[in-house]
Design a protein around this ligand. Sequence first.
Ligand code: MTE
Ligand code: MO
Length: 300
Amino acid sequence: MAYRWTNTLTRADATPEAAFLNRRQILAGLTAGAAMGLAPRAQAQEALEPNAWDEITSYCNYYEFGTGKDDPSKNAHMLNTTPWSVTIDGLVDKPGDYDFAQIMEAMTIEERIYRFRCVEAWSMVVPWNGFELADLLNMAGVQSGAKYVAFETVLRPEEMPGTRFPVLDWPYVEGLRLDEAMHPLTMMATGIYGKPIPNQNGAPLRLVVPWKYGFKSIKSVVRITLTDDEPPTSWNKANGREYGFYSNVNPEVDHPRWSQATERKIGGGLFAKRQPTLMFNGYEEEVAGLYDGMDLAKFF
Ligand SMILES: Nc1nc2c(c(=O)[nH]1)N[C@H]1C(S)=C(S)[C@@H](COP(=O)(O)O)O[C@H]1N2
Ligand SMILES: [Mo]
């Protein structure tokens, strides 16, 4: 892939396709920035250098296909993603099974270049394509009693060799507080670099919450349930002392077994300098207000 991504209008790109995507990204950035009261200039000036397609699609965590970083890219082709539907239920006006094609028809797809930070202290920058989760939830009609959103990954042992082992309590489940789910940065990704999202990255649609550790960004979603109670989450169930419900990226709250102060950007090479972890993964201005008055070490 010969893409070179920039977030500024002044640098010309080699391919018209990349230039098109750049403009879309800037527009998305400006819209989101304006909605959140940020100076558009500050938004647009921040240049993120996305990782290469091969890095994003070959270094993965998707334990349903094995625990090795290269297991998902080797095994995830076994997952059949057509047809696909997402059950949206719980505290919604229009519960039901929503066909993936029907969802895509109704949603506006945009490109968003986000930092992505795994709790294991590595990071990437990914040019996602997708839509805001809020748009999907609004389509189903969120009822006033809803306070949380629960997510579930497909579970098909015959297509997912990793689920034959009790590494996690399958199916993989995740959850967000409703205000986190409705935040304009929270998206459902359906593509990367303008192509359909590869199976190993969570086809046909996966959550992306850029200010939280990567495990919150649940893949291959088949159920979204609006609830009034905090839903169980896979990694919290597996080890509640190490993985909290919130899991906001925070350089000051270490994992019990390693520091979160710095991170290794994938693709930097063996001797690359580790980079500082950013508060809320660099999205502090946009999301810190969601946690006003909360002790982030307690609600980790
Ligand atoms: N269903 C499911 N979703 C998942 C995971 C998983 O094992 N199963 N791994 C999580 C973790 S730990 C990370 S870091 C990201 C990795 O996303 P990527 O492989 O697209 O980089 O997916 C998250 N979503
Ligand atoms: Mo992760």
